[in-house]
Design a protein around this ligand. Structure first.
Ligand SMILES: [Fe+2]
Length: 308
């Protein structure tokens, strides 16, 4: 039988390669405790610069769930956060814990951890000697210097505050459970279909919890120092941990730049829309409310078990 290329259903297909990235699976020694006592001044300086460049912008534009979560966690603006100080607070609130890992995890391991409410985090920061050292012998960056290797700033500052919110935490857990179900393939789909469905879930994750926007609500302004002056709030962690991406959204929504479009959230479209991890996004999907996101995901799980 000829193999059917289900991936023809996808649009916006961009050749993204993660070649050269070290990927850990459950058979590797993937747990790597944070070396908190050996964090260098330089690493703390890199953290401070990343954090402080974004601090006021996030206060003005990030979503309510993010801002409230951030306030309740010991995530300092001038030094590396300590996983051991954060994890118990997270666990008390929403039963998620941090798992310190050695780097990029394969999908099976990632979902397996998530379905147990464990969030993998790395203790390495971008642009630091430790980061460079890890990839001394391979060039994993694209021409613009982007790499898909996760770092502590994205993992902690971008993701963890949101996980303090009960409904969001349950949503992330539901994604983990679903992802694990796709990988375990109890429905006995072909290998091609499993990969296709995983890609659908990857697209969904990308356009929502990594790069999603929320229609702004005046009600969030009481948590801000300065009122939000654009029609959107940021809830995607990939945006939250990127100054360029955050500025792009502000500029595009104020008409000062035209690089990206703002589109209405549509789960069927999102699962079939691929993305470019290596550049500023050319589109953002806007949800009306977090409830819209949660309920559309719960009601449309069949989209991730496409059978051809
Ligand atoms: Fe992420």
């Amino acid at each position: 039988m000829n193999k059917i290329d289900y991936n023809k259903l996808f649009k916006n297909v961009i050749p993204n390669s993660i070649e050269g990235i070290k990927i850990f699976s459950s058979s590797d020694k993937y747990i790597k405790p944070q070396e908190f006592d050996s964090v260098t001044n330089l690493e703390n300086r890199i953290w401070s610069e990343l954090y402080q460049n974004l601090e006021l912008l996030l206060d003005q534009y990030a979503s309510r769930e993010y801002l409230l979560g951030l306030r309740t966690l010991p995530i300092p603006n001038n030094m590396f956060p300590n996983f051991k100080a954060i994890s118990p607070l997270l666990e008390n609130s929403t039963s998620w814990t941090l798992i310190p890992v050695a780097g990029f995890l394969d999908e099976e391991l990632f979902f397996e951890l998530n379905k147990d409410r464990k969030f993998p985090v790395t203790d390495i920061i971008r642009r630091s000697p430790r980061f460079e050292q890890k990839y001394l012998n391979s060039d994993i960056k694209n021409a613009r210097g982007y790499t898909p290797e996760p770092d502590i700033f994205h993992d902690i500052q971008g993701h963890i505050p949101l996980l303090m919110n009960r409904k969001y935490a349950d949503f992330m857990w539901e994604i983990g459970v679903l992802g694990y179900e796709i990988v375990k393939n109890k429905r006995n789909l072909t290998h091609e279909l499993v990969n296709h469905n995983l890609k659908r879930l990857q697209n969904f994750s990308w356009w929502t919890y990594e790069y999603g926007l929320l229609k702004s609500s005046r009600r969030t302004d009481k948590f801000r120092r300065v009122s939000n002056d654009i029609p959107y709030e940021i809830y995607g962690s990939g945006i939250i941990s990127s100054l360029d991406e955050t500025k792009n959204i502000i500029d595009c929504s104020k008409g000062k730049a035209s690089r990206s479009k703002f589109l209405k959230y549509d789960i069927e479209e999102i699962v079939l829309t691929c993305f470019d991890y290596s550049d500023i996004q050319d589109r953002y999907f806007v949800i009306d409310s977090m409830e819209e996101l949660y309920s559309s995901f719960s009601k449309n799980k069949n989209l991730f078990f496409y059978e051809g």
